[in-house]
Design a protein around this ligand. Structure first.
Ligand SMILES: NC(=O)C1=CN([C@@H]2O[C@H](COP(=O)(O)OP(=O)(O)OC[C@H]3O[C@@H](n4cnc5c(N)ncnc54)[C@H](OP(=O)(O)O)[C@@H]3O)[C@@H](O)[C@H]2O)C=CC1
Ligand SMILES: O=C(CO)COP(=O)(O)O
Length: 334
């Protein structure tokens, strides 16, 4: 039987998650234009079929994937655009694009961070900047480390969009041999929960670095779930079950996995590294570092009780001592 025309999709970002998503999508009938900012990485992929900087063991199918370093060329003629750079750099990555470049396309955020300059969710920011209607927006969520996708370990993604057909279309694109996908409608709740679990993973890392054990971490994570519930219900009230894998599942994987960038960053801080030295030690970005500042700012309007977020904020932005902040927190958890 003749195969239908491939779906035309643009991947924006050259890091680990973009590389993993390209691998997943290449399993399906998708033609991918992959934008990376470094021409040396793009050339290497063209020549050798591997990203030299991230997940370099992943074989890129260059029949389906065309790399490019010009963003306008990358988005031309695409039906879907996936954004997969850290939130702080999305503005840089999309420089030169105007609303007309997004017209009629689906825009999917794979980003789990806040836009630091605007204290906004990525989907809100993209909608405002580029006039993308909410029904054309989706997010990719769920407990899924790029490193395990590279190894084809069974994984699950949740695709959220206010429009159920859009959620389903994107879920179909990302389902493959080793990834199951579920479409849902709670886009903002899931996006906020994904941002907050990074802050909690940072807190878990800090406690590990300070020498706390599993007993304390279990209490920290269960209290964190309630903190996430209070905040998400305040900023975006909706009936939702936070025990689902896009909420609790993602919190658990990030809080416990040695692959987590946020947990690793926190561990370094707990061991006494400065922020600059912890950032220099990691080749990758911990979104929670930026997100905790945005969530702290947003919460000034809502006044939600968030002792864990407050402790991380004070450690990272007010130079508070990790030992003293965790001592304080110890008395507030139950
Ligand atoms: N990794 C994972 O398992 C998952 C990640 N995510 C989310 O995906 C998003 C991307 O993360 P991830 O791929 O892990 O990131 P990585 O840390 O692996 O890669 C960082 C990316 O950011 C780019 N970058 C760094 N500095 C700048 C800058 N100043 N301007 C423009 N681009 C810059 C890097 O480009 P260069 O290489 O050229 O420096 C690289 O493409 C994040 O929001 C993360 O939370 C979501 C689910 C899973
Ligand atoms: O979101 C993730 C897993 O679902 C990745 O988390 P880290 O950025 O902490 O590695």
């Amino acid at each position: 039987m003749k195969q239908s025309q491939p779906v035309r999709l643009t991947m924006v970002g050259g890091g680990s998650w973009a590389t993993a998503l390209v691998k997943i999508l290449s399993e399906n009938n998708v033609s991918i234009k992959w934008w990376l900012r470094k021409s040396s990485d793009a050339e290497h992929i063209k020549k050798f079929g591997h990203n030299p900087s991230y997940l370099s063991d992943v074989q890129i199918n260059t029949r389906k994937v065309k790399v490019c370093i010009k963003i306008r060329e990358a988005v031309r003629d695409s039906e879907f655009i996936i954004l997969a750079v850290p939130a702080a750099f999305i503005g840089d990555a999309l420089t030169g694009l105007k609303p007309e470049h997004f017209a009629g396309k689906w825009v999917i955020s794979a980003i789990k961070g806040m836009i630091p300059s605007a204290n906004q969710l990525v989907t809100d920011w993209v909608s405002n900047q580029y006039d993308v209607p909410p029904e054309r927006m989706a997010v990719i969520a769920g407990p899924c480390h790029a490193e395990e996708v590279a190894l084809e370990k069974q994984s699950y993604l949740t695709i959220a969009s206010p429009d159920s057909d859009s959620a389903k279309r994107v879920a179909d694109l990302l389902r493959c041999r080793f990834v199951q996908t579920t479409p849902v409608d709670d886009i903002y709740g899931i996006e906020y929960a994904a941002v907050m679990k990074n802050i909690i993973a940072l807190a878990c890392g800090i406690t590990r670095g300070l020498g706390y054990g599993d007993n304390f971490q279990a209490v920290l994570v269960s209290n964190a779930m309630q903190e996430i519930r209070r905040f998400v219900d305040a900023v975006y009230p909706k009936h939702r079950d936070l025990s689902g894998s896009a909420y609790l599942g993602d919190l658990l994987v990030t809080a416990y996995s040695p692959f987590s960038r946020n947990r690793t960053f926190g561990t370094l801080i707990g061991r006494g590294y400065t922020i600059q030295s912890a950032q220099a030690e990691m080749n990758m970005i911990a979104e929670g570092y930026y997100a905790v500042k945005s969530i702290h700012e947003i919460n000034k309007q809502f006044n939600v009780d968030m002792p864990i977020t407050r402790a991380v904020y004070c450690i990272l932005y007010e130079r508070a001592s990790p030992t003293a902040e965790m001592n304080k927190l110890k008395g507030e958890l139950m």
